[in-house]
Design a protein around this ligand. Structure first.
Ligand code: SF4
Ligand code: SF4
Length: 488
């Protein structure tokens, strides 16, 4: 199948060989599991269990709250020993409500609804409802509630679902291993999601540096009959091919307008691990309670791909991989390009944790920044067509409004510009700072606007009440004067 060129992009040292030949291993149950109630984009769930309560594997711990939220479930059977506030796997390390479970070692499933009978004959909303019940979120890192994404077919005329198997971030190999070892589940999950979206076509896009995944997915999809149809599309190896809008461009030739959803051009994109989770939810009634994580980097003794119960402390996962072979210079949640620094080893694995990287100083290529030499490298590689050098110069001079006009809001923080900069200028850090500051400004402006509207409404109410009081007083005076008039 023909593919299309994407703009810019880079070819970093992928380092996939560290873990790509390591088959998925299941992590033994740790002594305790720490399940944060907000592992997704959106509102925190409403807790429905109490301390001391015995729970089965897959039992609901917190139901979703509001439209953009996701339910959380017990990753194993055991006892809820604490509901407390603990640091989350985010650079801020800010605490959030966490359910702590002491496993009983039995892995006894709760009373779950079971398989959805004949799902391709079921109405699409039945698939979407089950995906929501099972707490599935985008597992490529975004952690957007999957059921909300499956609703896009109600709002946009869609024709294609792309299953994202690009996995373009260096080091990460968990999606590669899932496709090689669970190809049938990925293909089935993709077709089920296509049914929920109301589209006839599923394209599984895989970077050409994963030939075994391409072969296994082709074998798994060869015998698929009827609709939705499914095909495997090898795409060029080029970071950031895994970005949704770039993958859509590479596979379909359709360009998604800036700040718009790919659904606007008829396409929805979901990750391979998400497709597998949907298969498990629909075919077995199982909520999302574990995920495959790549544990890699030069400071990890035995890089692996590990199936980890959600809520396992990163310290337990690192210990399973032999611990550190040297002191890591940086711990990263996700890939080295777009991942976030981890605040420590005590935070848990969550649904969006695709990788845990322990990088050495040599792997970070850290160097003191030098002045810009106007080489233009950052401009020619930016996959979003931005001018990083100009945006950074304006941000440095506190001209956020100019940076905004230059399109800093369209920057996807892929880090390609920083990676090619010969002067080692941390460009992406400027853009992340600017985006955060602009978002804070917009929040403040919205708050001020709400205060103004409320103040105006209050003034109008007070004026109205005063007028009403005045009118009532005048009416009373008029009524009091009438008998005198009669007497006169
Ligand atoms: S980080 Fe932003 S500005 Fe830099 S290359 Fe990526 S999209 Fe372009
Ligand atoms: S790549 Fe670095 S040195 Fe070259 S123009 Fe961009 S900011 Fe300047």
């Amino acid at each position: 199948m023909k593919t299309f060129r994407i703009r810019g992009g880079i070819h970093p040292d992928y380092k996939k060989e560290l873990a790509s030949e390591q088959a998925i291993e299941a992590l033994p149950l740790p002594e305790r599991l720490y399940i944060p109630l907000q592992q997704h984009i959106g509102a925190m769930g409403d807790v429905v269990v109490a301390v001391g309560e015995r729970v089965g594997k897959g039992q609901l711990l917190a139901r979703s709250y509001g439209a953009f939220s996701a339910a959380q479930h017990a990753p194993t059977s055991g006892v809820v020993v604490e509901i407390t506030s603990l640091p989350a796997p985010h650079p801020s390390g800010l605490p959030q409500t966490t359910v702590v479970i002491e496993p009983d070692g039995e892995e006894a499933w709760a009373d779950l609804p079971g398989a959805l009978a004949d799902p391709f004959a079921a109405p699409p909303e039945a698939i979407r409802a089950r995906v929501a019940e099972c707490g599935i979120v985008g597992m490529g890192g975004a952690a957007f509630p999957a059921a909300v994404k499956l609703d896009l077919g109600l709002r946009y005329p869609l024709d294609t679902l792309i299953i994202n198997g690009a996995e373009c971030e260096p080091y990460l190999t968990c999606d590669d291993r899932i496709m090689r070892e669970r190809a049938d589940e990925v293909a089935d999950g993709g077709r089920l999601m296509a049914h929920a979206l109301g589209v006839d076509k599923v394209l599984i896009a895989i970077e050409e540096n994963k030939p075994q995944a391409i072969e296994r997915m082709r074998e798994a999809t060869a015998s698929v009959q009827g609709r939705p149809g499914v095909a495997v599309v090898p795409v060029p190896v080029q970071y950031p091919m895994g970005s949704e809008r770039h993958l859509v461009l590479a596979v379909t030739g359709r360009e998604t307008p800036a700040r718009k959803l790919t659904a606007e051009v008829g396409v929805v994109v979901n990750n391979v691990a998400t497709a597998r989770a949907v298969h498990q939810a629909i075919r077995h009634g199982r909520p999302l309670t574990a995920r495959v994580v790549t544990v890699s980097g030069g400071a990890i003794r035995q890089p692996k791909n590990v199936e980890v119960p959600i809520g396992t402390r990163i310290a337990d996962v690192v210990a399973f991989c032999g611990g550190f072979s040297s002191e890591p210079a940086r711990l990263v949640n996700g890939g080295p390009m777009m991942g976030q620094p981890l605040p420590g080893l005590e935070v848990p694995i969550v649904k969006g944790s695709s990788g845990v990287l322990a990088l050495t100083a040599a792997e970070l290529h850290a160097a003191a920044p030098n002045p810009c030499i106007r080489c233009g490298n950052c401009v020619s590689i930016c996959p979003c067509g931005l001018v990083p050098v100009e945006m950074a110069a304006n941000i440095r001079h506190d001209k956020l409004d100019v940076a905004e006009r230059l399109g800093v809001g369209d920057c996807m923080s892929c880090g390609s510009c920083s990676w090619v900069c010969p002067s080692h200028i941390p460009l992406v850090q400027f853009f992340n700072f600017a985006k955060g500051a602009l978002a804070a400004e917009q929040r403040e402006a919205r708050k001020q606007e709400q205060i103004r509207v409320r103040a105006e409404a209050r003034t109008a109410r007070l004026d109205r009440e005063a007028a009403e009081r005045k009118a009532a007083m005048a009416a009373r005076k008029a009524a009091a004067a009438k008998p005198n008039e009669v007497r006169a």
